[in-house]
Write a protein that binds this ligand. Structure first.
Ligand SMILES: [Mn+2]
Length: 385
């Protein structure tokens, strides 16, 4: 655990050594007074046996290093019941890139998250020890090597008994994560929320990419195919029945058209019956939502799910034996009003200004952060009031 004083000393020593100064002249006016820093309650000093994020009633939302949900950061999953992890890649994308920035922007926008779920009365921080354990050290030049690194890292995370809540990153990451998950739990059920089936065999000659992860998972026996549901699939296809391969494997496919104008709460009752008591992985591609709500993503398709339906799906997973969850494909550079693209044609300097301003709106990342919080709230052993 860090103390305020220890952090202050580090800051002061770095400043004084880099300027060649001494303790006596290390910028007393610029260095925050200890009392000012220590008025900030520490993230773990709540008196609870669990990590509890600081409340914005007492700590400004915009202060501090932006970890997921303002939770403490730690380097490993040791001692945790659940952990947020970033996998910052977009080298598996087939269209717009940018998902490598997803984990960062989700963390920034997660400053709005609070400790309780007002809708369901879940109290995750009274139930589980949760922290942000940073990002996987991916290789942005080699997707296969990245998959290997992800698999190895998740093996270690899962070995501690911790449930991973992953911030993508493009959807390629579900494949190596599920390799590690199935190694521990055996073939798992899958709740896959997405605009796309992600079951292509080969794209541009490559077997690894964000359009192929669930084909690879089936080939390797990582999924209990009778306990797989894909929700929200839509968009133009390469053939009249784009989802026949999924159905042939035994997946339940719920196309977006079946979701239009409906609450998905009844569907989720059926999904819970399908999943039973066995281990289940939840993989949520933000492009399942309509791009009007979540424009910041790589392969948008119109006429998608609403954020309300997304929340209904996740809340409908309460009671499942969830062993891992991910939220993928948030691409902050496209999480914009689009205005900066118009400005591009007028002035190079303006594009810098407007890219900065409008890329900072972060609505898709904000939605992603909230969906991840909803996932945390339906993990096994969560206390509800
Ligand atoms: Mn996907």
């Amino acid at each position: 655990m860090f103390s305020c004083f220890r952090n202050l000393r580090v800051t002061r020593s770095v400043i004084s050594s880099s300027y060649g100064g001494t303790k006596a002249d290390c910028f007393p006016l610029r260095t925050p007074q200890p009392s000012a820093l220590c008025r900030t309650p520490h993230r773990t000093c709540s008196g609870s046996r669990f990590n509890v994020p600081p409340s914005a009633e007492f700590v400004a939302r915009v202060s501090g290093i932006p970890t997921m949900a303002k939770l403490p950061y730690q380097e490993t999953a040791d001692g945790l019941d659940a952990a947020f992890i970033g996998v910052p890649i977009d080298t598996g994308t087939s269209n717009r890139p940018g998902a490598r920035f997803g984990p960062r922007q989700i963390r920034v926008e997660s400053a709005m998250l609070r400790a309780y779920n007002s809708g369901t009365r879940a109290a995750p921080y009274e139930s589980l020890m949760v922290a942000d354990i940073g990002d996987i050290n991916v290789n942005l030049y080699d997707l296969k090597d990245t998959c290997k690194r992800i698999r190895e890292a998740y093996r270690q995370i899962l070995a501690t008994g911790c449930i991973p809540l992953t911030m993508g990153g493009d959807h390629t990451i579900a494949y190596p994560i599920l390799q590690a998950v199935a190694e521990k739990h055996g073939p798992v059920g899958l709740v896959h929320v997405d605009a796309h089936a992600d079951t292509s065999d080969v794209i541009l000659g490559e077997r690894i990419g964000h359009g192929t992860p669930f084909r690879r998972c089936v080939e390797e026996g990582l999924l209990d195919c009778k306990r797989v549901v894909q929700i929200g699939l839509r968009g133009p296809g390469y053939s009249p029945d784009s989802y026949s391969w999924s159905r042939e494997q035994g997946f339940r496919v719920v196309q977006a058209e079946e979701c239009w104008f409906k609450s998905l709460t009844p569907l989720m009752a059926e999904v819970r019956a399908q999943m039973g008591s066995g281990p289940v992985y939840l993989s949520f591609d933000i492009d399942a939502l309509d791009p009007g709500f979540a424009p910041g993503t790589g392969t948008p398709e119109i006429a998608g799910l609403t954020p309300i339906q997304g929340v209904e799906i996740i809340r409908g997973c309460r009671g499942l034996n969830l062993v891992g969850c991910d939220l993928v494909e948030v691409s902050p550079p496209y999480d914009t009003t689009g205005i900066h693209l118009l400005k591009y044609f007028f002035s190079y300097s303006l594009i810098i200004i407007h890219t900065f301003i409008f890329s900072s709106t972060g609505t898709t990342a904000l939605t992603g952060a909230n969906l991840l919080f909803e996932m945390l709230c339906v993990l096994p052993k969560i206390k509800y009031y």
